[in-house]
Design a protein around this ligand. Structure first.
Ligand SMILES: *Cc1c(COP(=O)(O)O)cnc(C)c1O
Length: 363
């Protein structure tokens, strides 16, 4: 199968813009006449520093990150933030509020318990995480050191459509699977973090946007590498950063800017998701897994309700070039991830394939 004949719906690592991969290819051996690949450069060199600074500037511009907030490029994936957040914000004998709306938020809450008290502000486990809690359902503690939530639940296919109101308690948000898909008021957040491999770059770099006022409060035993203050003071270069991934992230950000930025992405994502959801709502074979008001524009989860038929669909889809539509093992069924780099053409083609499958399999 060739790239031209396939559509990749993977949840992460996921499809990257072809244009970006072509640029990376053309610059792979010799970056801008430097005689080196970006992979071969010293991270302390001025030529690399320029790539790094440009990448940061693109992110700042795209998300309108205010001067109060620092942008960091770290390693360890989004999962390392599950530890880094409490280590840095919990303080001695502190507590934090967690909204558990899926697997990743659950893992984060579990990790935080090692470092302080965790108040479960909401848990949608009883509905198998098919929905997002309302603001009025959140059991908030005004003395919490922070409120933690996951903006888009990659596995279950649900997404927060509002920013929780927490008064003076700082918001911490895992935006791994919906960052850069719409404008965000960054000033409302203490920390935003995102693993890059869903929507920004290849796996290996994690972006953190942090209010500088929150740094420097880490627990005394916090590893140096897991202190936000270390990384802010050293501009993400206490040690070798994931240089090449940051370069790739920069290329994707430039591509995004050229497309029209996050405002344009918001428009496109709404249109792309609607193509699939409108069909799912009328299909007599398939149905969406998440509740309608809470469904994600990024990860569309669906099922026929029959395990064997689901498996057959995923298999036939793969043979027809629709790659990675099998759902996560925790949910079953199917999942089509439609991040920024996913084209409308791919989404329409998938819907047509589903329609054909429905005709053949619905008696
Ligand atoms: C993928 C994902 C993670 C885990 O990311 P890693 O980089 O693999 O640690 C965490 N949160 C969300 C919302 C994700 O989609």
């Amino acid at each position: 199968m060739s790239r031209e004949k396939t559509y990749n719906f993977a949840a992460g690592p996921s499809v990257l813009p072809t244009e970006v991969l072509k640029t990376a290819t053309s610059e792979l051996l010799d970056y801008h006449g430097s005689g080196m690949s970006v992979m071969e450069m010293s991270h302390r060199s001025s030529i690399y520093q320029e790539i790094f600074d440009e990448t940061k500037a693109e992110v700042r511009k795209l998300l309108r990150v205010p001067d109060t907030h620092e942008i960091l490029f770290l390693q360890g994936g989004a999962s390392t933030q599950f530890s880094m957040v409490p280590l840095n914000l919990m303080g001695e004998e502190g507590s934090a509020d967690y909204a558990v709306t899926g697997n990743f938020a659950g893992s984060a809450a579990k990790e935080a318990k090692k470092y302080g008290r965790v108040n479960i502000a909401a848990d949608t486990g009883e509905s198998n995480h098919t929905r997002i809690p309302e603001q009025t359902e959140l059991k908030l503690d005004q003395n919490a050191k922070y409120f933690y939530y996951c903006a888009n639940n990659t596995i279950y296919g649900t997404e927060w459509k509002y920013v929780p109101e927490t008064g003076s308690v700082p918001l911490v948000c895992d935006m791994s699977s919906n960052i850069m898909t719409k404008p965000v008021d960054v000033s409302k957040y203490g920390i935003i973090f995102a693993g890059a491999q869903k929507n920004m770059a290849p796996a290996g770099v994690t972006m953190v946007i942090i209010d500088r006022a929150l740094a420097g409060r880490e627990l005394p035993f916090t590893p140096l590498m897991l202190s936000y203050k270390t990384m802010i003071d050293k501009d993400s270069m206490y040690n070798t950063p994931p240089c090449y991934n940051i370069y790739m992230l920069g290329l994707v950000m430039k591509w995004l800017t050229k497309q029209g930025g996050v405002e344009e992405m918001e428009k496109r994502k709404t249109e792309k998701a609607a193509v699939l959801y409108d069909y799912l709502d009328e299909s007599r074979l398939f149905r969406g897994c998440a509740l309608k008001p809470h469904r994600s524009d990024m990860n569309v989860t669906f099922t026929t309700g029959d395990k064997e038929l689901d498996a057959r669909f995923a298999k036939e889809a793969a043979s027809a070039g629709f790659l990675n539509v099998k759902g996560h093992r925790l949910v079953g069924g199917m999942r089509a991830s439609v991040y920024n780099a996913q084209s409308m053409e791919a989404v329409v083609a998938l819907r047509e394939f589903m329609k054909e499958f429905e005709v053949k399999n619905h008696e």
